[in-house]
Ligand binder design. Structure first.
Ligand SMILES: Nc1ncnc2c1ncn2[C@@H]1O[C@H](COP(=O)(O)OP(=O)(O)O)[C@@H](O)[C@H]1O
Ligand SMILES: [Mg+2]
Length: 212
């Protein structure tokens, strides 16, 4: 199986930017790679994404939100991620199970053991070899994300209405996850230039002997 890497961090922390750079880096070295994103990544998943991220969907309850994320993840894993890994292709995933723990668990207060149980059922032990957690002050992430959404005029702003306290709980949740699983989850500081962060992530691949 080829390497499976997930990227985590609050909105605006730079996940998509870094994934793109790592994808280009791997390609330049002749390695096959695909990018999977959450929610989404498959046809069913992209429809679920619309429901989850559209700002009009204020009635969505925390448990419904959680289940929709897992439905999207299940499709993504079996339709896209596993077939790619089995074919020897690297997979870079923009968010995965840790995001449910951080956002719905630590952020919204959904029972953590319920999320654990769902993860076991839905992903059936398929955990990433490495998770890059891009850590950042919520105020900085949120202002970057708002700026980006305005610029791209996409309505994925449902999370824009969240308070900084919410994002602080998510951030602390992510850091707790990293503390509990320090081999898999590596924390990098998101408040540094894009290129510096990219080099740091590439060096992680070497330290972990994922790529020589
Ligand atoms: N290290 C960085 N320094 C400054 N701006 C950045 C950095 N990384 C990303 N950005 C910008 O911040 C915004 C959010 O980045 P993005 O990669 O979309 O974050 P995420 O996918 O984590 O929500 C984008 O407009 C991006 O160009
Ligand atoms: Mg993104």
């Amino acid at each position: 199986m080829a390497p499976f890497i997930s990227f985590e961090g609050i909105d605006g922390s730079g996940k998509t930017t870094q994934i793109k750079l790592l994808e280009e880096y791997l390609k330049s070295r002749g390695l096959p790679v695909i990018v999977a994103r959450e929610p989404g990544g498959t046809e069913v998943g992209e429809s679920i994404r619309q429901v989850l991220l559209h700002s009009r969907n204020t009635a969505l309850r925390p448990l419904s939100e959680l289940l929709l994320y897992y439905a999207s993840r299940h499709q993504n894993l079996y339709q896209k991620i596993l077939p790619a890994l089995e074919a020897g292709c690297w997979v870079l995933c923009d968010r995965y199970v840790d995001a449910s723990m951080a956002y719905q668990g630590y952020g919204r207060g959904v029972d953590l053991s319920l999320i654990d149980q769902l993860s076991q059922m839905v992903i059936n032990q398929h955990m990433p070899d490495l998770t890059v957690l891009i850590d950042m002050e919520p105020a900085l992430g949120v202002s970057r994300a708002k700026e980006r959404n305005r610029h791209d005029s996409i309505d994925e702003g449902r999370f824009e209405r969240e308070s900084l306290e919410f994002y602080e709980r998510v951030r602390q949740g992510y850091l707790k996850i990293a503390q509990d699983d320090p081999h898999r989850v590596r924390v990098v500081n998101g408040d540094q230039p894009i290129e510096t962060l990219h080099r740091k992530i590439v060096s992680l691949l070497k330290v972990l002997k994922i790529e020589s």
